[in-house]
Design a protein around this ligand. Sequence first.
Ligand SMILES: Nc1ncnc2c1ncn2[C@@H]1O[C@H](COP(=O)(O)OP(=O)(O)OP(=O)(O)O)[C@@H](O)[C@H]1O
Ligand SMILES: [Mg+2]
Length: 319
Amino acid sequence: MNNEMKTPVLQIRHLDKTLGNRRILKDVSFETYSGEVFGFLGPNGAGKTTTIKIAVGLLMLDEGDIRIAGYDLKRQFEQAMALVGGIVENPEFYGYLSGYENLKLYARVHEGVTEERIREVVHLVGLDLRIGEKVSKYSLGMRQRLGVAQAILHRPRLLVLDEPTNGLDPAGTKALRDIIRRLAHEEGISVLVSSHLMSEMEMMCDRVGIITDGVLQSVKSIEEMVSATAPDSVTYLLHVNDALLAKTLIGAVPEDCLRVADDRTLEVTVPAEGAEETLADVNASLVKNGVRLYTVVHRENRRLEDVFIELTKGGDQIG
Ligand SMILES: Nc1ncnc2c1ncn2[C@@H]1O[C@H](COP(=O)(O)OP(=O)(O)OP(=O)(O)O)[C@@H](O)[C@H]1O
Ligand SMILES: [Mg+2]
């Protein structure tokens, strides 16, 4: 089902917020849906945390409307909040208690969280084997996962995580990312996750909204975002025994598309359309003329990182 047909879990409309005398959020509108990971991406100071704090009820909005599964944050605060779980600042735990004991304590905040549900969330975040250990012995990654477990105890429809992978090593990041994706895709939770790392978002999210300077620039699926700015050319790095000689032997592409990077590396830039066939011709002519061709590396001209930089370097022209 596409999103237009579904009811949003989180709906933010015309959100405005001024702190001190600075307008921090400017007419921000977007929606998140059940079963998706929505990435909220922006550089430092863009307004991610401010938006998130408002969405989880930690900060009042000035203007606009927020609905959670249809409940209006202003008029039906408690009903709305009952459907939200989140980690905004680092989750606080009692270090001298076990992970399980911490969850049990926290479960008392909510009605109807059974022991079985606690076991279930522990399993969902993959802490089964370590949940009996004192939290003081946990790694940062384990603490974050315990935080997620705590945040979903009461079966929220919306899970909000502000930069959850901050400070985690690659293994910890991957573990958390896998959990987040599973919660959305298998448990049907709508997950809103912020980050300033494009590559992180690319791997974790289904859709991404880019915010800069309090303005939501665009909301796109990862695929749309990449293809909307698809490269029109592709560069290959050819590792050969003699790059200078190789350059003189290639007839399939104009000379100004060839660059000798070093003695043994030739850069070949070809139009993206039909790039593979062109490359095959290039390779064939080299081999035919006696050049040793060791490896070919495809250099991606555009990563999402570049798209991000482009989208965020000022300009309100992106829609
Ligand atoms: N209490 C406050 N009073 C005045 N300005 C504030 C206050 N809190 C935050 N700001 C400003 O609001 C802007 C947005 O802050 P916010 O924390 O939402 O950004 P962010 O996107 O989460 O950034 P980061 O990536 O650094 O976490 C920043 O310029 C910040 O300095
Ligand atoms: Mg922040």
